[in-house]
Design a binder for this molecule. Structure first.
Ligand SMILES: CC(C)(COP(=O)(O)OP(=O)(O)OC[C@H]1O[C@@H](n2cnc3c(N)ncnc32)[C@H](O)[C@@H]1OP(=O)(O)O)[C@@H](O)C(=O)NCCC(=O)NCCS
Length: 190
């Protein structure tokens, strides 16, 4: 074959591909987070602070600020969940916080982060599903997701899968790694 005739192998779009085979080595349990989980939660979050524009934070989160987020969530009787491996490793976490002080706890914003090795194995879907269920039980009426508009396909797809709809976008509201970034806004009524 001549070099100019070479065509890269075509790949089916994601929705037409066969589901990934279940990974028997990957198991986890969901449980309410504890204050003592915050060092592991912080480590996961700071991985994305350092290596991605998924969060616009440029400075690593301190343990004190992670603990304060946890305490604010719990004080509002809102869910903060961790996924734990059988060996006790925190694989990921998800929580909600009031979207604005004016709306109180009826309207919340979600946050979900998995350790890099736990991505793309179905955990995000289970974890966000549990977060929505627990939020509804806690009296939440609406959940807002604010998602970076670049390199966040997994998050946008996951939220769409769980019934979120796109309600807007914001232009240049973040600046990281020398460039301006925007956000996609999504909402789900519970
Ligand atoms: C976003 C995140 C929570 C998703 O969790 P996950 O376990 O990786 O996703 P899942 O394996 O449960 O997949 C959920 C859906 O997204 C799809 N998906 C997964 N990775 C994808 C990617 N890179 N691009 C497009 N779709 C993707 C899956 O195919 C699945 O869709 P399906 O149900 O139609 O098959 C996780 O990847 C993560 O923590 N990413 C980094 C942090 C982040 O982006 N957090 C969100 C901030 S708003």
């Amino acid at each position: 074959m001549l070099e100019e005739e070479y065509q890269p192998r075509r790949e089916l779009p994601r929705h037409l591909r066969a589901p990934a085979p279940e990974d028997p080595g990957f198991s986890f349990e969901l449980r309410p987070a504890l204050l003592s989980d915050m060092p592991a939660v912080r480590e996961i979050y700071n991985h994305y602070v350092r290596n991605s524009a998924i969060t616009f934070d440029e400075r690593a989160s301190s343990l004190a600020s992670m603990r304060s987020t946890f305490q604010t969530t719990v004080a509002q009787r809102l869910p903060f969940i961790v996924a734990e491996s059988p060996s006790g490793q925190i694989l990921g976490y998800a929580h909600v916080l009031p979207w604005s002080p004016r709306a109180g706890r009826r309207v919340v914003e979600d946050s979900i982060y998995l350790g890099p090795a736990a991505q793309g194995r179905g955990l995000g879907r289970v974890l966000l599903g549990a977060l929505l269920e627990q939020s509804k039980k806690a009296g939440v009426k609406r959940v807002v997701a604010v998602i970076a508009d670049r390199n966040a396909d997994a998050s946008i797809h996951l939220h769409e899968r769980l019934g979120f709809v796109r309600t807007g976008a914001m232009g240049r509201v973040g600046f990281k790694f020398g460039r301006w970034l925007g956000t996609v806004l999504m909402e789900k009524k519970l």
